[in-house]
Design a protein around this ligand. Structure first.
Ligand SMILES: [Mn+2]
Length: 449
């Protein structure tokens, strides 16, 4: 997954202003307040330190496009580098941001940035301009038992944890002796989306959908995967988004590679085109997969295949509700896929035997979905030993698929996956990506020629 700088959208497309949807600073201040409260409960007195992402060198003095640390962005909404946020559990210590003084030489190359004071005022917190961030952080850590830091090397947060750990116990000046990753505090908060976060995901989905509509005319025989991909991403960028991950545009056999990135094929009339893509707007991601018949019509066994995956996806979505585990959602889709593989004469035997078989896993080798938010694969592990239950406010993707790296029976080498973004609501679920049609006839009508 590549990283991209988040531009500040400032122009209009089709009469719609895409500067809309930025989170109000009030929401960031509230999050900082919630963290302070959580820290008090967890391990008082303690300190949470999180820094903006460091710039990463691609080679010599050329940098990768900058993308803010999602945890830092979640608490501050700040998109620039070189800032560190400190939250203490002590009531008399205000949250603060620290930064080095502005370097005029840097400004020559990169232009002016919002001053530290402006950023702090927006958040209603204190600004500390310092020549030695590390020294200041060591001082601020005094009188605390525990430090919550971010596991990103090269940040002042990481550096602080590292040097505190290396101070011999007897030399510590009442400084933290316990250390935790700040995910312990932030994951529960980031996992459940607020009303405005959900609105932001919908905004990102709208940008993604408009980009798709502009790209549809290129889904024709003899066009290339690369043409489709570049149009798709250009249309996201035009609307103030960036790709939330490297888009997958895979035709025919290519679609059996789950994370296909070669984009070297021409579209053929007899094949399907799988597109897995999503814009990120204001650091919030979207993630959708749709499949189109290059000829304009789903025909023969490809039609059966598509219908099977669609039914599996609908059944899985219907199983999403608070209290459900992701395993049971997976199971609903897997049952439909297993029956479908029997109907297609690819597998034989009882459903329960098929579901346990290696062979079935080779046609459906991935999970049913993942959480979505500031990161396309967002915080919170849905699977694993302590499989958590779904809760209202979580946003997850539901994306079953079937993959055939080579021809099996009547099925040509191909891949079909259908993916939507789904909000868990108090009573069930809501599909946030409903603007992307998926019924066979609707998809055919969409690319009608
Ligand atoms: Mn996905």
């Amino acid at each position: 997954m590549s990283i991209y700088r988040v531009p500040t959208p400032s122009f209009e497309v089709r009469g719609e202003d895409y500067t809309r949807g930025a989170m109000a600073s009030g929401e960031f201040s509230e999050r900082i307040a919630r963290v302070k409260k959580a820290l008090r409960k967890l391990s008082h007195p303690c300190l949470l330190v999180v820094s903006s992402a460091p710039s990463r060198a691609r080679s010599r003095d050329t940098l990768y496009p900058y993308r803010q640390s999602s945890n830092f962005y979640y608490l501050t909404g700040i998109t620039r580098s070189g800032v560190t946020l400190v939250i203490s559990s002590l009531p008399n210590e205000r949250p603060k941001i620290l930064s080095l003084p502005t370097d005029p030489k840097k400004t020559v190359w990169e232009g002016p940035e919002d001053s530290l004071k402006t950023l702090a005022r927006r958040l209603g917190i204190e600004a500390i301009e310092t020549k030695d961030i590390h020294k200041d952080l060591l001082t601020l850590s005094r009188g605390k038992d525990e430090l919550y830091f971010e596991n990103i090397e090269g940040t002042p947060s990481f550096q602080l944890a590292k040097s505190l750990m290396n101070i011999p116990e007897h030399n510590r000046v009442s400084q933290p002796t316990s250390f935790s990753f700040l995910e312990r505090v932030l994951v529960p908060l980031r996992l459940k989306k607020s009303h405005s976060e959900i609105k932001q995901i919908v905004d990102a989905l709208n940008v993604t959908h408009e980009a798709l509509l502009e790209t549809l005319p290129l889904i024709r025989p003899n066009r290339s995967e690369l043409e489709v991909k570049s149009r798709l991403e250009a249309e996201m960028i035009k609307r103030g988004g960036v790709p939330a991950f490297d888009s997958i545009v895979a035709s025919g056999k290519s679609a059996s590679t789950l994370h296909y990135h070669r984009h070297s094929q021409k579209l053929k009339k007899s094949e399907l085109l799988l597109m897995d893509f999503g814009a990120e707007v204001h650091c919030m991601a979207s993630d959708v997969t749709r499949v189109f018949p290059v000829s304009g019509r789903f025909e023969g066994v490809l039609r059966d295949l598509y219908e099977c995956v669609l039914e599996a996806q609908k059944r899985a979505i219907a199983a999403v509700r608070p209290g459900a585990k992701i395993g049971s959602v997976y199971q609903k889709a897997a049952e439909v896929l297993a029956d479908g593989l029997v109907d297609l004469r690819i597998l034989r035997g009882s459903r329960s035997k098929i579901l346990k078989s290696e062979e079935f896993r080779s046609y459906f080798p991935h999970g049913i979905g993942h959480t979505l938010g500031l990161d396309v694969h967002d915080v919170g592990n849905l699977r694993g030993q302590s499989e958590p239950k779904l809760e209202a406010g979580m946003v997850i993707t539901i994306e079953p698929g079937l993959y055939f790296p080579r021809k099996v029976g009547k099925v040509p080498a191909c891949g079909v996956r259908i993916e939507d973004d789904v909000l868990v609501t108090p009573t069930g679920r809501k599909i946030l990506s409903h603007q992307f049609v998926k019924e066979l006839s609707d998809v055919e009508a969409l690319i009608e020629r």
